[in-house]
Ligand binder design. Structure first.
Ligand code: MEV
Length: 441
């Protein structure tokens, strides 16, 4: 691979030609394959191209649907974008299961978001603390124009605090602001306000008669929103009498509930299990996040930090069995937007919102939390009953068969064969080889 400068300035076909030159034996075939995934409508393709930089083509992911999701008495079909097999099936299975037991309930606890200006300042904290009300007013005044639309929608800056961080590092302080961003995820809004706070801080200190010498010169390190939003929190839950859980194959409901609660206990106490447990939850949340054009990295990062809020990494879901009632719930921070970003640009994101009946941000938080809970219920249910491999292997088998270009007849034969045999790459290859040899004979 050669170094190249000015790659971003090349046209898409020049970029592809350069790459083909670098890596492909058959350059024409290589380029044609990339181009085969471009959208037939050049205007739509232009849209996709402009979401990011140095775009060569589109990367396809399955867009699936989970029907029968009852939340607070309203029925949804939830779109999910995910490449992993069994995830959509598990969510759909849980949705159906709980539909027959009253559905999911969900409630947004709060929607506050946070941003920080980190700065170093060599001065007397007590003096700054006393004068901070004045600085807060200056910051609010200087951001009044930026926040006017958001305030009209019921949001804006909720609070601005000064935080003394000198126990961590000499001279280190923060301006910590809380925001309400209504229907938008609000990253641009928050960052614009924070950068204005930083400018205001510098001007105010430079011009204040209360400060002298170095006190007039704060060193702003950075101004950036925090993706940790523990106060942008949603709760979702299901409950039913233990007896109504029904039988899981031969397992009676009491044993199912008992094993389920022990699985949750393990995920509360063992970070190794908690990580896998929460990964399963994010299989669900991320997939809805992607389908609705939101930022799954932000939501995941936040969820994992929240999972550590008690000083050790723990499960995001919990369960109880009291007075014969089985209760299972999730509490998770989810910062999403239903306007701005990709939400009004990506054609399939627009379709997702149509399918979800145009939810507002709070409703979307609830849907995501429910799908996370549904996913987790499905995963734990499999783990404590049949084991996870049964479902996984069915999909895995189909993928391996695809890999070997199996014909329809071969697929049918293999599915029958592997009902009673263990699936592995080698076993599938051997079965196909044996059929193919027989056909040749
Ligand atoms: C696989 O992607 C997710 C699970 O491992 C989650 C879990 O173990 O709870 C099935």
């Amino acid at each position: 691979m050669e170094i190249i400068s000015g790659f971003s300035k090349l046209s898409k076909s020049q970029k592809l030609a350069w790459l083909a030159e670098q890596v492909a034996d058959n350059k024409e075939e290589f380029i044609a394959e990339f181009e085969s995934y471009l959208h037939r409508d050049t205007q739509v393709q232009k849209l996709y191209d402009e979401f990011s930089e140095n775009t060569l083509t589109n990367f396809y992911m399955p867009y699936g649907l989970v029907p029968n999701v009852m939340i607070n008495g309203k029925l949804y079909a939830v779109p999910m974008v995910i490449e992993e097999s069994s995830v959509v099936a598990a969510a759909a299975g849980s949705a159906k299961f709980w539909l027959e037991r009253g559905g999911f309930k969900a409630k947004v606890i709060d929607t506050k978001k946070i941003g920080q200006v980190h700065f170093l300042w060599e001065g007397d904290f007590k003096k700054l603390d006393v004068l901070f009300d004045e600085l807060r007013e200056v910051m609010l005044d200087n951001t009044a124009l930026i926040t006017s639309n958001m305030r009209a929608r019921g949001g804006g800056i909720i609070d601005i605090d000064l935080v003394n961080m000198t126990h961590i590092e000499p001279h280190y302080y923060q301006i910590k602001a809380t925001f309400e961003t209504c229907e938008s995820m609000g990253a641009n809004f928050i960052n614009t306000c924070l950068e204005e706070f930083a400018r205001s801080l510098k001007d105010w200190m430079a011009n204040s008669e209360h400060f002298v010498g170095k006190e007039k010169e704060p060193l702003v390190i950075m101004s950036i929103l925090s993706n940790y939003t523990p106060e942008c929190l949603v709760r979702a839950w299901v409950e039913c009498p233990v007896a109504e859980l029904g039988y899981f194959d031969d397992m009676p409901p009491e044993l199912f509930a008992y094993k389920f609660s022990k699985a949750l206990m393990i995920a509360k106490n063992d970070p190794h299990r908690a990580t896998t447990h929460n990964k399963g939850i994010f299989n669900g949340i991320d997939a809805v996040t992607l389908a609705t054009g939101n930022d799954f990295r932000a939501i995941e990062a936040c969820g994992h930090t929240y999972a550590c809020r008690n000083g050790k990494y723990q499960s995001l879901t919990d369960c109880s069995i009291e007075d014969g009632m089985f209760k299972f719930w999730i509490e998770v921070p989810i910062a999403v937007g239903t306007v701005g970003g990709l939400t009004s640009l990506h054609p399939l994101v627009k379709k997702s919102f149509e399918i979800l009946d145009s939810p507002n941000a709070q409703e979307l938080m609830q849907i995501m939390a429910v799908i996370g809970l549904a996913q987790n219920f499905g995963a734990v249910k499999s783990l404590i009953t049949t084991g996870i491999q049964k479902g996984h292997m069915k999909m895995h088998l189909l993928n391996i068969l695809k890999h070997f270009d199996a014909s329809e007849t071969e697929v049918k034969y293999a599915i029958e064969h592997f009902k009673t045999n263990v699936v592995s790459f080698r076993a599938v290859r051997d079965v196909l080889d044996s059929i193919r040899v027989k056909v040749k004979e």
